[in-house]
Design a protein around this ligand. Structure first.
Ligand code: GLC
Length: 603
């Protein structure tokens, strides 16, 4: 292993020397505007157009980066190296960066990835609670800490661009991406996005505020890509858009966010990717955004009634600077060349786009640091320091919804039955965007989906040092004083999680929920129900029989920390970041719990 890392470091050092003298000389310049101008003037049209295209590392080779002057590569979803290890990721990112540094101008490459809750694609990296849980925690200092840790684990695998944070203001829990949002309240979202963006960027990684704009305001039945609500249409007034959804981008721009990703969704029937008013006039004009705007993955194909040529022209002329056409990158470059030749995309627009991309790369210091001067972290991924941060996030994210007769905190020496499909499953705890696009369960993989501790392991860890007894066998219920039943949702991602019912036994709910609840009820023991889910689900019909209810959201790899709160080592501090509304059929009933609700154990 050390030999391999040694070889990679050697490659990095050798390739640093291939950045031509002209480039190295430029890197000492201090005025970024002048450096951008000088570089753009030097570039050929093909070098410029290459910078505006991001290829998926699954469909491009390092030599393509050199030949086509590609500006970035994306590693998204299912596309991970065969061996999912730190060395394998370093090898991949290093090979592409080396290829970029051996082009005529040696313009460094951005390596982008969805590290939306830690460097979650890489086995062994720490997986933090998804944003909905961080919204419940509402702790800006924690956001900085976990953002910093995320950036460091990204650089330890050679990745320098995070497609995060999602700053959606989520208005409908039926949306599969609700868990990627900090919540329904604009001020809460703003409070958390700012420290996260600062942490990511102050530690050498570019952030991407996404998805511009009002992705959380779409209506059921208007979805795209076959989804019901994801990528749908936000039918809202401009006043509502500006009051609820634009402030997060204003805050992100003020915080210096380097990139902004456009949403697949539409506003009042027009796809955001072709909305010149939103991108050029509002974002770049009114808000003064000077970074660059990136499309979502192959989103241009969704523009209606246009062929590919017209889609590319419309998207670029609307103000998108870089096209994340991961699979169609080569066709995209050819189409850009044709559009420039025909004058349908003006040179001024190209120079603006390329200038923005170069500005980001210069501001990040990529030119001055060669392809990997920020050496990979010496410590292995997933070190104790970062796991402690994740445990703190888990504790602070928990929301206590019910606690009859103060059954919580549990006595540390209690005899407990701990059961349920989400009790002992790191994959379920992590949810989507974990090792793969949709994530997966320990049950499916036959072992832990990634390194981490389960909720059950957390109970065992506390009980064994306090004379407590934990059983998972419902036949031993007669010896127990209470039953902790952990239910939840299966891992899902994007529109695959669109779910109108949101019951505990339908849609994206784990199919074993019902059996677990019924078995727990049959024991006659007081029930402590812990819910592992990306959003509220309908429990009002059920919860009458439950002594305590805790929403744990999607806690990530360090689920063991849940027990520390239920045993009373810490009190609950989490508050609902979204209104908990039972959706019955098509209508909405009264909120079961209001936004901001959350009990404490110690009055
Ligand atoms: C996806 C998502 C976006 C993500 C991108 C790259 O489809 O919409 O959030 O950053 O593709 O994986």
């Amino acid at each position: 292993m050390f030999k391999r890392v040694g070889v990679i470091i050697l490659i990095c050092i050798l390739s640093f020397s291939t950045i031509n003298a002209d480039q190295a000389a430029n890197s000492t310049g201090t005025d970024i505007d002048a450096r951008v101008k000088a570089l753009v003037e030097k570039m050929t049209i093909d070098e410029k157009l290459g910078q505006m295209v991001m290829a998926d590392k699954q469909s491009a080779r390092p030599e393509d980066v050199t030949e086509y002057f590609l500006g970035a590569i994306v590693s998204s979803g299912e596309r991970m190296p065969n061996r999912n290890s730190q060395e394998a990721w370093l090898e991949v990112s290093g090979s592409f960066k080396k290829a970029a540094s051996s082009t005529r101008l040696g313009i460094p490459l951005l390596c982008g990835i969805d590290a939306v809750h830690g460097q979650n694609s890489v086995y062994g990296a720490v997986v933090y609670p998804h944003n909905i849980g961080l919204g419940a925690a509402a702790d800006p200092q924690l956001m900085y800490e976990l953002g910093q840790a995320t950036a460091k684990e990204m650089l330890a695998t050679g990745y320098n661009w995070n497609f995060a944070p999602c700053v959606a203001v989520a208005k409908d829990a039926s949306w599969g991406r609700t868990y990627e949002s900090y919540g329904e309240n604009t001020q809460l979202v703003n409070t958390l996005l700012v420290p996260y963006i600062k942490a990511i960027q102050e530690n050498g990684v570019a952030a991407a505020a996404k998805h511009y704009i009002a992705d959380g305001a779409t209506a059921w039945g208007t979805g795209d890509s076959g989804y019901q609500i994801d990528q749908g249409n936000a039918a809202i007034s401009e006043e509502e858009l500006r009051k609820t959804h634009l402030p997060s981008y204003q805050e992100a721009v003020k915080a210096g966010v380097k990139t902004i990703m456009v949403s697949y969704s539409s506003w009042n029937g027009l796809k955001n990717h072709e909305n010149q008013y939103l991108i050029q006039t509002v974002l770049k004009g009114e808000l003064g955004f000077r970074g660059f705007v990136v499309s979502d993955y192959e989103a241009v194909h969704q523009l209606k009634n246009k062929d590919f040529y017209e889609q590319i022209v419309a998207t670029v002329n609307a103000g998108v600077d870089m096209l994340m056409n991961g699979m169609s990158w080569q066709y995209t470059i050819g189409t850009l060349q044709e559009a420039v030749r025909r004058g349908d995309i003006k040179h001024e627009r190209i120079d603006d786009a390329v200038g923005r991309i170069l500005r980001v790369k210069l501001e990040m210091g990529l030119f001055d640091e060669g392809i990997m001067v920020r050496q990979p972290a010496t410590q292995q991924l997933g070190g104790a320091e970062y796991r402690r941060i994740a445990e703190k996030a888990v504790r602070e994210s928990l929301v206590l919804l019910k606690n009859v007769n103060n059954i919580l905190p549990l006595k540390k020496n209690a005899k407990l039955l701990v059961m349920g499909p989400a009790a002992n499953d790191v994959g379920v705890q992590c949810g989507g965007w974990t090792l793969s696009h949709s994530g997966g369960t320990d049950k499916e993989s036959g072992s832990k989906w990634t390194k981490g501790t389960t909720i059950l392991e957390g109970f065992k860890r506390v009980a064994e040092v306090n004379g407590g007894i934990i059983t998972t066998d419902v036949k031993e219920a007669k010896y127990a004083e209470a039953v902790v039943v952990v239910i939840g949702e299966r891992p899902y991602v994007e529109g695959h999680g669109d779910d109108r019912q949101l019951g505990m036994y339908d849609g994206t709910a784990l199919e074993e929920n019902r059996q677990a609840i019924e078995a727990a009820k049959a024991t006659g023991l007081p029930m402590v129900v812990v819910i592992v889910s990306g959003r509220p689900r309908n429990i009002s019909q059920e919860m009458g029989a439950w002594a305590a209810v805790v929403e744990a959201w999607l806690p990530g790899s360090e689920g063991g920390a849940v027990a520390d709160v239920l045993y009373g080592n810490y009190d609950f501090t989490g508050k609902l970041p979204v209104t908990w509304t039972d959706i019955q059929g098509s209508g909405k009933t009264q909120p079961t719990f209001p936004y901001g609700f959350g009990l404490k154990m110690n009055k």
